[in-house]
Design a protein around this ligand. Structure first.
Ligand code: NAP
Length: 186
């Protein structure tokens, strides 16, 4: 995707996540309690509801997938989009879920783009997986909702050295939200 495509609706690849102020997206024990207790307007600025409408395929790492499975409990799978799960293991797939297992971000990105049609791609997390997309030159935007919390340690937001351009900022209740374009090296 060229830089010109780095906006919602132009088949861009977004890493959209919440983070603690000190750059962790989960505790070391994969808890999101610090996040789920925060107040957010899901229909408000830079929030999930509007973002998700433009998304045609998802990518997530094994820990994120296992968190979703644990927290879904007996609920049906919540995503309508096909989801590529990166893992070295055999993991269960809930009834009705369109889940495909992957290891190579470039191959998965090609498959995801074909499945998404005109819609965008969402790298759900974790940060290392988003970093793999960035390493391959396949990450266009980073959207972060910063919660008013520090965790001290945990799962990293994006453990890479990247230059980003700030495209937009907003406050959504407890969250400071930023949208950034990934600047690719010349
Ligand atoms: N704050 C938020 O909004 C937010 C958003 C998303 C996620 N989260 C949370 O953040 C945490 C992220 O966990 P995490 O840092 O461990 O990252 P993760 O990406 O969810 O999981 C990492 C695991 O994915 C697998 N993996 C990654 N790349 C792979 C590749 N190329 N090929 C094969 N397998 C690959 C490996 O698992 P195996 O080798 O074991 O299979 C690896 O240990 C989770 O607790 C999640 O719930 C929070």
């Amino acid at each position: 995707m060229s830089d010109a495509g780095a906006t919602l609706g132009l088949m861009a690849t977004h890493y959209f996540t919440a983070s603690s102020l000190d750059g962790f997206i989960a505790t070391s024990e994969h808890s999101l309690d610090w996040l789920l207790k925060q107040d957010i307007d899901l229909n408000g600025p830079m929030a999930y509801t509007e973002f998700e409408k433009g998304i045609g395929a998802l990518a997530m790492g094994a820990s994120t997938y296992e968190w979703v499975l644990r927290n879904n409990g007996d609920q049906p799978w919540g995503y309508v989009q096909p989801t590529w799960v990166f893992t070295h293991r055999e993991l269960p797939v809930p009834d009705g879920a369109d889940v495909r297992f992957a290891r190579d971000v470039t191959a998965a990105h090609t498959e995801m783009s074909a499945a998404a049609g005109e819609l965008d791609l969402w790298v759900v997390g974790g940060g290392e997986l988003a970093g793999q997309f960035a390493d391959a030159g396949l990450l266009d935007e980073v959207w972060v909702q910063y919660a008013p919390v520090t965790l001290g340690s945990g799962a990293p937001l994006l453990p890479r050295e990247l230059d980003l351009e700030l495209l937009d900022v907003a406050r959504n209740r407890n969250f400071m939200c930023g949208r950034y374009r990934v600047i690719r090296p010349e």
